[in-house]
Ligand binder design. Structure first.
Ligand SMILES: NC(=O)c1ccc[n+]([C@@H]2O[C@H](COP(=O)([O-])OP(=O)(O)OC[C@H]3O[C@@H](n4cnc5c(N)ncnc54)[C@H](OP(=O)(O)O)[C@@H]3O)[C@@H](O)[C@H]2O)c1
Length: 305
């Protein structure tokens, strides 16, 4: 048996509960992993709330929270290549096992070994926020010197976009709340406080000809406000961007993206900025922080605490 945080029906945080689940067995395409750290993401509460039934409406209850984890391989499915028992890995739990748990099942093709120097807490942030940042910048494929606006630069995806963009020679401007000023400027980006009066006018003043591109991580009214400020617009979280002439991020859920982000981290070019770490026993608090929609950088559950 292993401990996990999940839910037996869709709903708010009140449906969450800890329970013990029977030992897991990997399918041919999965690996069984002893979880060292799990990343906490907005998708976790969206799935719990039943907002994405196409993704988890068919799965039995109880469902366990969490889509990404880093840890050590305990067993390898028959069709999985390139991974062995004892490997330190990070990957996606996309077949429903959840990662707010002592053990989980990761998809073999979307799991990668991690460098010795990379802590599991950092590695646990790679599958969701890390590779989303990589994918959106690959999709934009901007030449060095281009200007990019990151709407919501202080969250998990935004802070990764800021650093990978800078690594590519892009000139980054980002919106965030007042408390995130130092974090944002530490990445080399220009900071615009979205709480400080007409944000659109201030952004327009910074880029009178418009930004070459904008990456939106906020969605909703904020996305609509900034939509006219860039030549190309991609949102990572709001499908309605297509009605504004933009595109949603094209996700590639594979091993090579994980390896590329891990390489950026161990070579000092990307820091996930983990600002809150919780033991599994307080995983509900970790998710509440992300559900507040004002987390800074990444929130991680460390199973070794
Ligand atoms: N398509 C995918 O595969 C994929 C992958 C990852 C994430 N996503 C989606 O992308 C979105 C962001 O994810 P995340 O992990 O980065 O979330 P997060 O870590 O929770 O960060 C959200 C950030 O939004 C900022 N924010 C809120 N309102 C804002 C506003 N009006 N202007 C500027 N910033 C604002 C908050 O900062 P302040 O405190 O400063 O407000 C917070 O830092 C979510 O909708 C998520 O579901 C999609």
């Amino acid at each position: 048996m292993s401990k996990a945080l999940g839910y037996k029906s869709f709903g708010g945080s009140d449906v969450q509960e800890f329970f013990s689940r029977p030992d897991l067995t990997p399918s041919p395409v999965e690996v069984l992993v002893q979880v060292a750290a799990a990343g906490v993401n907005p998708a976790d509460h969206k799935l719990r709330s039943g907002e994405a039934p196409d993704l988890n409406g068919h799965l039995p209850f109880p469902q366990v929270l969490g889509l990404e984890a880093a840890g050590t391989v305990l067993a390898v499915g028959a069709e999985v290549t390139g991974l062995a028992v004892g490997d330190r890995v990070t990957g996606f739990a996309l077949t429903g096992a959840g990662t707010y748990a002592e053990t989980t099942l990761l998809l073999g093709a979307a799991t990668a070994r991690i460098p010795d120097a990379l802590p599991e807490t950092w590695a646990a942030t790679i599958p969701v926020a890390g590779t989303t940042a990589l994918d959106v910048l690959d999709q934009l494929d901007l030449p060095a010197g281009s200007s990019v606006l990151v709407n919501g630069i202080g969250g998990g995806v935004g802070i990764a976009v800021a650093q990978i963009a800078r690594d590519r020679g892009l000139v980054v401007t980002g919106t965030a709340g007042t408390a995130k000023r130092d974090l944002v400027t530490s990445t080399g980006a220009s900071f615009v406080d979205y709480t400080g009066g007409d944000v659109v006018e201030r952004l327009r003043a910074l880029a009178p000809e418009g930004f070459d591109a904008a990456v939106d991580t906020v969605g909703g009214p904020s996305l609509h406000e900034i939509a006219g400020l860039a030549k190309v617009l991609v949102s990572v979280g709001d499908q309605s961007v297509t009605e504004l002439g933009g595109a949603t991020v094209e996700r590639r859920v594979d091993r090579s993206g994980l390896e590329r982000v891990a390489e950026l981290m161990v070579t000092g070019r990307l820091d996930p900025h983990i600002t809150a770490t919780y033991p599994l026993a307080q995983a509900d608090e970790a998710l509440a922080l992300v559900e507040s929609k004002h987390a800074t950088g990444k929130v991680v559950i460390d199973l070794r605490l």
